[in-house]
Write a protein that binds this ligand. Sequence first.
Ligand SMILES: Nc1ncnc2c1ncn2[C@@H]1O[C@H](COP(=O)(O)OP(=O)(O)OP(=O)(O)O)[C@@H](O)[C@H]1O
Ligand SMILES: Cc1cn([C@H]2C[C@H](O)[C@@H](COP(=O)(O)O)O2)c(=O)[nH]c1=O
Length: 688
Amino acid sequence: MNAVGTSDLRGVLRIPSFRKLWTALAVSSFGDWLGFLGQTALAASLASGHTYLAQNFSVGTVVFVRLLPAVTLAPLAGALADRLDRRLTMVIADIGRFALYASIPIVHTLWWLFVATFLIETLSLFWIPAKEATVPNLVPRERMGDAGSLNLLGAYGTAPIAAAVFALLSLLTGVLARWIPLFTTNRVDLALYFDAVTFLVSAATIFSLREISTHGGRRRTADGVVTHPSVFRSIVDGWRFMGQTPVVRGLAVGMLGAFGAAGVVIGVATIYVRDLGGGGAGYGMLFGAVFLGLAIGMFTGPRVLRGFSRRRLFGLSIAAAGVILAATALVHNLVLVVFGALLLGCCAGIAWVTGYTLLGLEVEDATRGRTWATLQSLMQVDILLMVAAGPFLSGGIGTHVLRIGDVTFPVNGSAMTLLFAGIGALVVGLVAYRQMDDRDVPLWRDFIDAVFGWHPLTGRGVATGFFVAFEGGEGAGKSTQVELLARYLADRGYEVVVSREPGGTPLGHRLREILLDPREPAPSPRAEALLYAADRAEHVAKVIRPALARGAIVISDRYVDSSLAYQGGGRDLSPRDVEQLSRFATSGLRPDLTVLLDVPPDEGLARTGRRDRAPDRLQAEDAAFHERVRNVFRQRAEADPERYLVIDARLSAADIHRLVVQRILPVLPFPPKRAPRDPLPSTAGGTP
Ligand SMILES: Nc1ncnc2c1ncn2[C@@H]1O[C@H](COP(=O)(O)OP(=O)(O)OP(=O)(O)O)[C@@H](O)[C@H]1O
Ligand SMILES: Cc1cn([C@H]2C[C@H](O)[C@@H](COP(=O)(O)O)O2)c(=O)[nH]c1=O
């Protein structure tokens, strides 16, 4: 899976498991769009003998019941999806949707159409979070942006195809009706049967995908026992998790703000174009420009700004969309407005694909489904409210003329509403930016680095670097492997910075003595956690971030996971407290890869015992302590396989080194700055 080298979308599709999942997504999204067209057409046709109002009402009711499950049941479905076997959930949801779609033309009544539509959408609520939570398990971390773009293509690019197929099937039905009387009475039956089959195809594709994780948000206690939190507990956790994690909070604020503004735009766009003197064509052009901009933003934005911090990009693109929307609202010229709509769509596209990618990368596997579902339901309520509120506000403001001297300016409610929406998006974007900012590098420098690949003052390359942490119990062989890897990469021309915790800085060196020297008075567990955090804060600020900003590879002997394992597991402090402390110390900096050297504690301790110095404070802890430490390390790695490489540390040092090199080489995001000292060995990871 890691061997995908190029950055194009086809590269992601070369990952067989992701290709299958994507095929299922595209087929079932196609089915969704086709189903929407079929359901609304059938609703109109079943009410065709009634008044014009009744026909509208029945179509409106279908749309309403389609949205209802997402608004009311999404968090519950997300929480359940995290607890269920993902593959089975998707297969059952697809088979259910097949049966329900096929039943609609058979039962052929309005009430069953409503009930079946509700049930179909409820099943989709289980399918979507299971799929969302699966993607990061199949795609390497650095390809998540491409995977997000492809998923969007699968989800929305199938809409026009579905519309074309629907039109073709309607024509075909017209022809068939000459011979088969069944098709005379109803012209959408064939489309609905065809649609049902698409879900069977999706079910079969998912069924063959063995790589999908079968676990959900199961919790393990320190001794490895699996426990199941209640559904209620899962939902409460999901809400609390969203509120307490700055990145997810920033994501939620940004997405809700952006969708709210989009809802307002959708609500008042028709009136706005009419106010500008445009007709249907102008309206079409405006929407075409937004969608074209969205596509451009989604596909080119993440590539052009590849080195730019995703967290920064998310808030900034929303803020930029807000500025463009507000400026567009003040321009009374349809051509300029269409141009503004293109730029607006571009920023919205970047924001969407970045937010989607961040959700996959920053939210833990166990809570990803529920976070996504909670966000989705909030966004749907948000957009519905705003679509309704937009025209209401616009109508309330009415139309006025502003006179300054001899010059007059039309002040219309629609434009004012767009102006407010733009200002709202700007504020929300800036709030999200502040919540999520993860870099000390000034924004302008980050931007120039990302766009041009160099910095005009320093002449150095893109400020991304690569960060590897080695973790494991006592005597696992971390220092040995850090040294081997550093030498290997430096020989290949990379700038490598080797460091360790505690003790990677002068301050850290003094803290290390206090923390580990058994002659020093033992700090209380909380004080110990704070001292490790202080060491880390200094290490990140003075060593790691500056090196990454230069584009170096940083290799650290221990990092955050050691605190979670030793203080959170060994000392039994609250893992959440330790995690928050670490996040504060690192301002969210996470390794690109963590290599966990897993060794039974007695074996590792025996290795350290061969040294001629006395055991330090933590080495001197009892066997149960070290067993808890090992369990936490293993649980963390198990929960996030994309970020971890777990190696049995009982292998020889040379074998371990070869495995590390094999994993790391394909994922390094940049070539070495200078030519290698030796030619590369023919097999990755030549024995040291
Ligand atoms: N794969 C290996 N197999 C056997 N012995 C090893 C292996 N790797 C390292 N060693 C030996 O084990 C001892 C501990 O190695 P090292 O210092 O690299 O581990 P460490 O994880 O950094 O230890 P600590 O946690 O105490 O800092 C050293 O004597 C080293 O030579
Ligand atoms: C970073 C970190 C370390 N520890 C412990 C783990 C080890 O016992 C020592 C470091 O010793 P080493 O020889 O350098 O491996 O410190 C910890 O308890 N918490 C931490 O965050």
